[in-house]
Design a protein around this ligand. Structure first.
Ligand SMILES: Cc1cc2nc3c(=O)[nH]c(=O)nc-3n(C[C@H](O)[C@H](O)[C@H](O)COP(=O)(O)O)c2cc1C
Length: 370
């Protein structure tokens, strides 16, 4: 009855709370013989780490990962390699300040998961939100680092494409420039607009939502399995499982409802390499639940942070009506730090889809005309 595991052949279990001594994950099903050290994982965690930039939580966590199992090295192994056994990874929590949370020990923050955790379990670790805290997403990012090693031909890149009402012009999206600014913005021109918006939000003690876009290139045709293992369905489930995610679109998503059949259906021609050349990508690289060889694209809407400084009406565990303001260190826009998490979840889903495709078909790829 516990649901802390996802994936089929590439199976990830995460554990830990925000203010416990550590958190981590166990990755089961990773093939043997893959070169893997902490240095392959740490750069991804460094991208998610809190305390970087003015508009994210000031909690200072080094997020240094240690691999505890599932790897081995000797004079014959050509460096440290996976053994096919469970890979356990641990990340210490070092900057907890539990006193920040004494006020919510008995109270339910509006928009947060305090009330449903109480209603379901009757007991909850309220320090930093316990298990409901997005600290847990560090473990997902570590698992994503392993997944990326399994599908090295795939490039997964995320970007913030909207903060509050300010969206990036889709024509100007360049995933190559996201590392140049503190917002993972794919268009440098939006940075001053978002900075001004976030300054206002921060001064008001409020918060704002965001949309994160992600694309995976280099995914060959054939990954994903009809009917109940559809690639788009599994991506949607994985992305919706991220804290504060409120909507997921694949390809043209909700916008496709307003398109005509001609506008929506991606026309095909023969490409020079024998594979089809699609003339557009409204499908987001998935048809019938199977990858088409086009970029796999998705967008995730993140709600505004619910822990805010403004006074809000709520109730407490004693059933009293109260007014509450949430102190502590919170991201005014959680969508910004969600980018590496979105990428990691896509990596895990794709690695799992690749392994299952290989298991069922031997990894075959059929080409038109041959
Ligand atoms: C990267 C990231 C950071 C987050 N940081 C905070 C935070 O500082 N304060 C907060 O109240 N919620 C934060 N959240 C959102 C909560 O974890 C989330 O809203 C809460 O667990 C309730 O779950 P739900 O919104 O998915 O229903 C963050 C989410 C993400 C993805």
């Amino acid at each position: 009855m516990s649901h802390n595991t996802f994936g089929h052949l590439f199976r990830v279990t995460t554990w830990g709370e925000s203010h416990g001594p550590a958190l981590g994950c166990v990755v089961d099903g990773c093939p043997p013989g893959i070169a893997l050290t902490e240095a392959d994982i740490q750069p991804w965690l460094d991208r998610r780490r809190p305390g970087q930039g003015k508009f994210v939580t000031q909690r200072q966590e080094p997020d240094a990962v240690r691999i505890l199992s599932g790897v081995f090295q000797d004079e014959r192994s050509d460096g440290q390699r996976t053994t096919g056994t469970p890979i356990s990874m641990i990340i210490d929590n070092v900057d907890q300040r539990s006193r920040d949370y004494s006020e919510i020990a008995q109270a339910f923050r509006p928009g947060h998961a305090d009330y449903p955790y109480f209603a379901k379990y009757g007991v909850r670790d309220y320090r930093g939100g316990g298990r409901q805290s997005a600290r847990e997403t560090a473990a997902r990012v570590a698992a994503g680092g392993v997944a990326r090693k399994i599908i090295e031909g795939v490039t997964i890149r995320g970007a913030v494409v909207q903060i509050g009402p300010h969206a990036v012009d889709p024509q100007r999206i360049d995933f190559g420039v996201t590392g140049d600014n503190e917002f993972w913005a794919p268009d440098p021109d939006i940075v001053p607009v978002w900075t001004e918006h976030l300054e206002k939000v921060r001064k008001a003690g409020s918060s704002t939502g965001a949309v994160v876009a992600v694309e995976a290139t280099g995914v060959p045709a054939g990954w994903g399995a009809p009917l109940y293992g559809k690639l788009d369905a599994e991506l949607a489930a994985a992305l919706m499982s991220i804290n504060a995610a409120k909507g997921v679109e694949i390809g043209a998503g909700f916008g496709s409802a307003a398109l005509s059949g001609e506008e929506n259906a991606d026309e095909m021609r023969m490409g020079n390499d024998g594979a089809p050349l699609f003339l557009s990508n409204k499908a987001g690289g998935v048809l019938g639940g199977i990858s088409t060889g086009q970029a796999v694209t998705a967008r995730v809407a993140f709600k505004p942070t619910s822990s805010i400084l403004s006074l809000r009406r709520s109730i407490n565990e004693a059933g009293e009506e109260i007014e509450l303001r949430t102190k502590g260190r919170h991201d005014p826009c959680v969508g910004i730090r969600a980018v590496p998490v979105v990428e990691a979840m896509v990596a895990c889903v794709l690695a799992d889809a690749f392994l299952r495709h290989r298991a069922q078909t031997g990894g075959a790829a059929f080409t038109p005309g041959r």
